[in-house]
Every structure is written in structure tokens, then in C-alpha cells.
Ligand binder design. Structure first.
Ligand SMILES: [Zn+2]
Length: 393
């Protein structure tokens, strides 16, 4: 590594931008065969290694050299940050206020002499590494790397987040440990996840801001659709805060009333990234296929939200007291309570899959599975009891 001799600043005549350039004295590096010479505007031939470094450079066994170029200061910063992470160095950046945007100095720990200094070369329109000094005397710190930032990690793991939006924090920590040999804390792993989701889905706030115009457009196109947006009554501010939305399209509603058996499965799916939950009512059409009827996004699964959802459902689908209707749900207490209160005459049955999940804990094997479904699908008491007896034997 060479210490750059021209760190003493030198004012170039006629430099309109008025900042100094060390370029005149810059690295007169020996050209290795095949490297080109660079002709400057004065007609003088000067030798300059044209190595362009970016975030994509392999930094595993990388060493810095004066004259390395970067498209701009930000790219220089990114490349140094990547180098710091890959080689496990705790680097920091400093730039004087006066020359902000044009220069950048890189320091290692106070006990380590390693320094880099780069500045913008306006003539060549490149950010150039002007000084490399000191060799690292520091050792890898497994507990901290200043350049290992949550946003950067999110961008590195974006492909994984695309396939696994709910990638557990523990696994993120483990992946970071293996990739960068740093033990990150759980809250940093959550930050990584947050940034990844922001990158993948855009800012959540922006999305919620679009709800108003989305609802207006839906209402214009289909005036009889039921769309009910509820704002949070507690979190009041200059802008309303989302609490719940219920959606039941007019066409779907008519289709269910006219063409489907009066069965509704109420289910609670998907924990979304912001912690809310999706409630859905699903019917069965004449072909025995799933027929989504209405859905809602709520703050969480609780008595109040289920009560609200079932009320909206009753109103939209004109369910009355629930006569001639069968509801199928899991055994969540909030659903049981809401259905009893709002649709007292409805038949309320538990979802067989949920029962099976419980049953399966004690009775394992494919044979037990068959017996279970024979009991579940029995059309009369004799068949049902027979299946249960078989289970006992
Ligand atoms: Zn160091």
C-alpha cells in the first residue's frame, strides 16, 4: 500500500469550482501490460490506472490502491462499507462541512492506523481514491460492525424475503452470522425485516394513503358494494389512522345469495406485517368450490373485531338471525360468542380440519386419518358411531 505523496494540498490555477485537486500528482502507477494510458487535455501523456470499484467488487482479499475510481462519492461510500463488512473492519466516515459532497475520509478504530481519503475529480468526472495509509492492526469484532446496517442487510437478503416474508428473526440472525461473522441482536434483525418489507411493498403509509381514492373508485364503479372503513378512535392526529376495513362486492354478494348453499366458513388468515389480521367469509358454490364472499382487515383477532365482522356480514348478506344458515369456524372463543349473539339461529359447526389437528396429536397415522374423515362425513348416527368404535379398537 502506498502513502500518497501529494496529500499536501495544491491549488490548481483556473479551477473554476474553486476546490483543490491533487490529481496532478496523483498515482503515477506503473502500467501493467494491457492497461491503457490516459491522455489529458494539455496533451501530456499521463499514466493512470483505471480501476473502477463498486459495491459489486469482490472484497474478500481486497486491498486499496491510490487511483481507484468510483462513479461518485456515494458509490465510494457503498464500496467502503461493503469492504468493511466483508473484511470485518469497524470503519467510519468523516467529511468536512466545507467540502461535503466532494471529499470523504475513512477511518478505522482510533487504535488502528488505517485511513482512506477520496475526492471528486471534476475533470474526469470520477470520485478518486487519493490516499491509502496505514495497515490494519485491528482484529475482527464479532459483536459489532458499524457498516453492517439494517437497510443494507435488507437489500442483500431481498430475494429470501420475497419468498419468505415472515422469515423468523432467529434465522435472520443466524444467516447474518454465517454470511458476515457478526452476531446481531434480535431488534436489529426485526429492523432488517422492516426495511425488506418496505423495499418490497413500498412504504406502508403510502399504501394506506391510497385507501381513500381506492374506495371512491370502487364506489363509483359499483355503488351497491359494501365497503366500510373504520378509523382508529383512539389514535387521533392530523391524519386519521386506519383501524379496520370490510369489503363485500355487490356481484359476489348477489352470487352468494342466489347461487350458493347457505354455508359460510369464517376464517382468519395471514398475519400481516403490521400486525393486523385478515378475516374472511368463504362460501361453497354449486361445484363445491370455494367462493370468497367478504373479507376484512382488522387490528387483531378479538371479541370486538369478530363481533364487528359478523355484524357487517349479517347486514351485507341479509342474514337476519341466521336461520337456514350454517357457519363453520375454528374454535376461537370470539367467533363462538359473536355468532351466538348476532346469528342466534345459525347452525354453528367446528371446522373438521381444526378438530383433526387436535385429534391428530393423540391418534397418528394414515389409518386414523381415514377413520376421522369417515366419522366427519357420516350422514347418519350409525355410520358415525361405527367410525368412532373403529378408532377405539
Ligand atoms: Zn483497522
Amino acid at each position: 500500500m502506498s502513502l500518497h505523496k501529494s496529500f499536501k494540498k495544491k491549488q490548481l490555477k483556473g479551477n473554476e469550482e474553486g476546490y483543490e485537486s491533487e490529481y496532478e500528482d496523483s498515482d503515477e502507477a506503473e502500467l501493467t501490460p494491457g492497461e491503457s494510458e490516459d491522455d489529458d487535455f494539455t496533451g501530456r501523456k499521463r499514466r493512470q490506472r483505471r480501476v473502477i470499484i463498486s459495491e459489486l467488487t469482490d472484497f474478500t482479499n481486497f486491498e486499496w490502491s491510490v487511483g481507484y475510481r468510483f462513479p461518485n462519492r456515494e458509490e465510494f461510500r457503498k464500496a467502503v462499507a461493503k469492504y468493511a463488512v466483508i473484511q470485518g473492519k469497524n470503519l467510519t466516515f468523516t467529511s468536512s462541512n466545507k467540502n461535503r459532497g466532494q471529499r470523504l475520509e475513512v477511518k478505522c478504530l482510533t487504535s488502528c492506523p488505517f485511513r482512506l481519503y477520496g475526492s471528486w475529480d471534476s475533470r474526469r468526472a470520477y470520485f478518486v481514491l487519493k490516499t491509502v495509509s496505514g495497515t490494519h492492526t485491528c482484529t475482527r469484532n464479532m459483536l459489532k460492525n458499524r457498516q453492517l446496517k439494517s437497510r443494507w442487510m435488507a437489500s442483500q437478503f431481498l430475494e429470501i424475503f420475497k419468498n419468505r416474508p415472515h422469515w423468523p428473526a432467529k434465522e435472520i440472525q443466524e444467516t447474518v452470522r454465517r454470511a458476515y461473522r457478526v452476531l446481531i441482536k434480535k431488534d436489529l434483525a426485526y429492523k432488517v425485516k422492516y426495511h425488506a418489507h418496505q423495499m418490497l411493498h413500498g412504504s406502508m403509509k403510502e399504501h394506506y394513503n391510497k385507501l381513500g381514492s381506492y374506495i371512491r373508485t370502487l364506489k363509483d364503479a359499483s355503488p351497491h358494494s359494501v365497503i366500510n372503513l373504520v378509523n382508529n378512535p383512539i389514535q387521533r392526529g392530523p391524519e386519521p389512522v386506519f383501524q379496520r376495513i370490510f369489503v363485500c362486492f355487490d356481484g359476489i354478494k348477489k352470487g352468494w345469495i342466489e347461487g350458493c348453499r347457505k354455508v359460510l366458513c369464517v376464517a382468519c388468515f395471514l398475519k400481516t406485517f403490521l400486525g393486523g389480521q385478515l378475516l374472511a367469509a368463504i362460501g361453497r358454490d354449486a361445484n363445491d368450490q370455494m367462493y370468497p364472499v367478504a373479507w376484512a382487515v382488522v387490528e387483531g383477532e378479538n371479541n370486538d373485531s369478530w363481533h364487528w365482522f359478523i355484524t357487517e356480514l349479517q347486514r351485507s348478506l341479509e342474514l337476519g338471525d341466521g336461520s337456514h344458515l350454517a357457519i363453520i369456524s375454528d374454535e376461537h372463543q370470539s367467533i363462538l360468542g359473536a355468532v351466538t349473539n348476532i346469528l342466534p339461529s345459525a347452525e354453528h359447526r367446528h371446522c373438521a380440519r381444526h378438530i383433526f389437528a387436535h385429534w391428530h396429536k393423540d391418534f397418528k397415522g394414515d389409518e386414523m386419518k381415514m377413520i376421522f374423515w369417515r366419522a366427519a362425513k357420516a350422514y347418519n348416527l350409525t355410520d358415525y358411531n361405527e367410525a368412532l368404535e373403529e378408532r377405539e379398537s
